[in-house]
Design a protein around this ligand. Sequence first.
Ligand SMILES: Nc1ncnc2c1ncn2[C@@H]1O[C@H](COP(=O)(O)OP(=O)(O)OP(=O)(O)O)[C@@H](O)[C@H]1O
Length: 373
Amino acid sequence: MSIRLDNISKTFGKFQALSPMSLNIDEGEMIGLLGPSGSGKTTLLRIIAGLEGADSGNIKFGERDVTNIHVRDRHVGFVFQNYALFRHMTVADNVAFGLEVMDSKHRPDKAEIQRRVRHLLEMVQLEHLANRFPAQLSGGQKQRIALARALATKPDVLLLDEPFGALDAKVRKELRRWLRGLHDELGFTSVFVTHDQEEALELSDRVVVMSNGRIEQVDEPAALYAQPNSRFVFDFLGNVNVFEGQFEQGRWYNDQAWVQAPNKEQALGSGQLYVRSHELALRSEPTQQAALPLKVIAVNPIGAEVRVELAPYEWQSEQIWEADLSHGDYHRHPVKRGDIVYAEPQAGYFFRDGVDQAPESLQWTPVQQGLHA
Ligand SMILES: Nc1ncnc2c1ncn2[C@@H]1O[C@H](COP(=O)(O)OP(=O)(O)OP(=O)(O)O)[C@@H](O)[C@H]1O
């Protein structure tokens, strides 16, 4: 079922929780609403569900205008962070609940309910726990049951509010994969809320980044990561270094440090250069394109890349810098704590002073030069 939000807004008293926004979600898509606390994610989800009314705009599910349709009749399934299972009911009864309370016209008969519950429990791989009570389950198991319960009525749309927020990192990862598999297999449309960048990028077909009740950017994960279009999205996704410089004669200066602008034709000025941690090479000497001295303060080799943490040396930056090196590069030219190295941006994004959106994309011609730190 596709979802179309047109000009939706919401205030609580005088507080504008959502500024007018529009969003189209395709049938079968999985959408992640990503943003910091208070950005309006849950409010938007609740409006889609019909748990909250919007002040303006309208909502369509497929061709059906559901703006004024009660939550009960929207045919959505929900999963919340805190499981919300009924404590006094067994797992099987919890899963059956949505079917049992259907009006008699639509309610399947007892045998059919039992069959469906069995099937759902098989699907979430917990059929052996059918007679347990929620208190006898782990967090991950509870959340699978909550999902089975939400899917029991075969909703067209599944809405999930921080579904894995209360689980530890490993279980979270497993459940994420499993949810994605289920989504693809059953073909419903899903919208989930998270404030975890990794979760949003890993799970979603498209990510909706929100801040202060506004949509900042909507994109596929790879495009979002490669081309954040605002300072907010850069900062929120992380893994970015910011060089603040005064522009003079084709270079940005910051005390002793400088970076050469890649293209003389580009009309640039003073501002901030954003360089992602994997788009930064480390050299033993300044090059023609940059002199950014940094002192190595930590080296973390765990993971797909080696992460090097760096403190600006004889120039000012508000943050610690990070460079991600391939293990191959690192082993060819190892660095250790206390070394002074020179960072060389390979690609970057430039925000002029006072400009928050649509940065200029910069690309430096690769210079053949190894690191001899
Ligand atoms: N019923 C309400 N009455 C008054 N203010 C509310 C109400 N619900 C939400 N808000 C406010 O609206 C803003 C958005 O809240 P919302 O829960 O949508 O944010 P969120 O992005 O989901 O945050 P979190 O990640 O912390 O859950 C917040 O500032 C919140 O305090």
